[in-house]
Design a protein around this ligand. Structure first.
Ligand SMILES: [Zn+2]
Length: 594
């Protein structure tokens, strides 16, 4: 049997936010053993250089300390010619409360393998075992473990479900795809299509666990049935961190790490689905859909992941966009939200995409490719420069779905395309080629559908949403959200209460007058401004009127003459149109009911 790579990990100094890790291999590579830590975590397309959090590191063999050399920021080398087993010991600073890294204090510990487990080069394909040790100094605190990492059943010291002890992964790739939570979380379990599911919630909360499980179950089952039983995982775990204010999620092969506001969780006695809870269910649905779409159906560029460098693909519009399309669709199909709610959410997505002029400059294919430097590293100019492959990708998914449905009289849909991806790529492990979606769309809908999809994805023309929605009996109207003459800018409150320009939109009054993001507005026509009074003052003016704005740029007071803009219909409103011909009604029913 292949000797596994063995790790131990312990919350050794919770107060100092330090995990202590050991890594043991029996036979180091004769030419010199290399170890490295990933520079990014799959699902979050940004170089994060996790190795910066390794505080101390040493190596030994047969009781002797070994020299450790560095070749770059995330790589360590042991000398050539070592005969015996080697052990690395290192400490990892864990104080980032996000789903992407690691966090440790006296209340709980959380880690992604990408933050804590060095990769032993040449040994990646071996089984990887990890002994998760109880926290030091917190004996009696009642900590448990929640993870989708399988327990090392049959091995000495094997963990029991939710216990400390030995866990195992088939290889390094699997080891780093099962985040681990430890602490005194609440736990609720349910089955979806016979597969055990668990939700572990960390942090102060008053969640109605039974309600949450009852709502998640039909959403999970709708997705398993969409792709076809059996589900690709033996069990699934939602790891939820509840905080005062937060939002985020990251997908894994049999689990997801989620960050949410505790107010978004359902409370005992809650009768309706609040907006926050709807958003939380949408987040769960989104990450769950990734179990198929991106964790198993992958761009060829991710097979395998190259974790030291950026992995470029032009396909995130399908992997994130289609997932975003299905997240809310699965809520309406499983009866968790109403059709009216669903159309409201779709309207919001349309509004978001149309808000930024970046959509006229960057295609969703380019947005995918440039995720590493643009989508993930947004700045004050982003609305003018980029488009989101999440939101516009979701609309491309909607359009492709409607075109396949209307073009085939309802016999073909995006569901069929997802199932084909699953059969050909998810189940085989073969990555999707960069033009693979166009070919598949052509196969399912005809050559012209493939070309049409390519234009939507590679181009920057407005999406023909109204036409296709009309064919399934949904009306799209544009309304004016705010009747106040505007500056063409977004403001936030500065310390001291003055409005600060956060974004200055292309071609708007503020930009034309020379105002910049970062400028702090202090007076309008000589009257002192506050974040609260800006809109009130503007509401008394008319479009085309000129006003004088005083603003600080750094510490310099500047004066600007601004001609106020008229209001634009910028908010999409979707409604059911019930006088359409019968075929449209049937298509709409099939689309929304699955
Ligand atoms: Zn996603």
């Amino acid at each position: 049997m292949t000797t596994p790579v063995r790790y131990t990990i312990q919350a050794a100094q919770p107060g100092a936010h330090l995990f202590e890790v050991t890594l043991h291999i029996e036979q180091p590579e004769p030419a010199g053993q290399v170890f490295s830590l990933p520079a990014w975590i799959p699902g979050s397309y940004m170089i994060r250089e996790f190795a910066r959090n390794i505080v101390t590191l040493s190596a030994e063999s047969n009781g002797e300390t070994l020299p450790v050399a560095r070749s770059d920021k995330h790589t360590w080398h042991l000398p050539a010619g070592l005969s015996g087993p080697v052990t690395l010991r290192y400490s990892v600073y864990a104080w980032d409360l996000s789903v992407r890294t690691a966090h440790l204090d006296q209340t709980h510990g959380f880690f992604n393998g990408t933050s804590v487990f060095l990769c032993a080069h040449g040994h990646e394909a071996r089984p990887h075992h990890v002994d998760i040790l109880p926290p030091r100094g917190l004996e009696g605190a009642g900590w448990r473990v929640a993870t989708s990492l399988p327990e090392a059943v049959g091995e000495p010291g094997a963990a029991e479900r939710h216990g400390f002890g030995l866990y195992c992964a088939e290889d390094y790739d699997a080891l780093i795809d099962h985040p681990v939570e430890m602490g005194t979380f609440s736990l609720v379990e349910f089955e979806a299509c016979g597969v055990p599911h668990a939700v572990a919630i960390t942090g102060r909360h008053d969640c109605d666990l039974a309600r949450l499980a009852a709502d998640l179950k039909p959403v999970c089952e709708a997705q398993i049935r969409l792709f076809g039983e059996p589900a690709p995982m033996d069990r699934y775990v939602f790891l939820v961190m509840a905080v005062g204010d937060g939002y985020g999620g990251l997908e894994h092969r049999a689990s997801t790490a989620l960050l949410c506001s505790r107010a978004d969780l359902p409370y005992p006695g809650m009768e309706t689905v609040s907006e926050g809870y709807r958003q939380f269910l949408g987040l769960c649905s989104h990450e769950y859909f990734h179990t198929w779409n991106v964790k198993r159906i992958k761009p060829a560029a991710f097979v395998p992941y190259k974790l030291a460098v950026e992995n470029y693909t032009r396909l995130l519009w399908a992997f994130e966009g289609f997932t975003s399309y299905y997240d809310d669709l699965m809520l309406v199909r499983s009866g968790r939200i109403t059709v009216a709610d669903y159309l409201g959410l779709l309207g919001k997505t349309i509004t978001q995409v149309h808000k930024g002029s970046g959509r006229r400059k960057q295609s969703v294919a380019e947005s995918s490719f440039e995720a590493w430097t643009k989508y993930y590293r947004q700045d004050e100019n982003s609305p003018n420069a980029i488009v989101s492959y999440y939101t516009k990708g979701a609309l491309v998914g909607l359009l492709l779905d409607l075109r396949l449905r209307t073009g085939s009289g309802g016999s073909v849909s995006l569901d069929d395309l997802m199932r084909a991806l699953w059969q050909r790529h998810g189940l085989t492990g073969r990555g999707v080629a960069e033009d693979g979606l166009y070919a598949l769309a052509a196969e399912l809908g005809g050559a012209e559908v493939g070309d049409w999809l390519r234009d939507l994805v590679e181009g920057t023309a407005e999406l023909p949403l109204a036409d296709y929605l009309a064919q399934v009996g949904v009306g799209l109207a544009w309304e004016t959200a705010v009747a106040t003459p505007g500056l063409g800018a977004r403001t936030t409150a500065e310390e001291g209460g003055f409005p600060r320009l956060a974004n200055v939109y292309d071609g708007g009054p503020a930009q034309l007058a020379g105002l910049s993001a970062g400028d702090v507005l202090v007076a309008l026509d000589g009257l002192k401004l506050s974040a609260a009074s800006l809109d009130k003052q503007l509401a008394r003016r008319r479009p085309g009127e000129r006003v004088t704005l005083h603003a600080f740029r750094r510490d310099e007071l500047m004066c600007f003459e601004v001609e106020l803009a008229g209001t634009l219909p910028d908010t999409a409103r979707l409604t059911l149109v019930d006088d359409v011909q019968a075929p449209g009604q049937a298509l709409r029913k099939a689309w929304l009911e699955g």
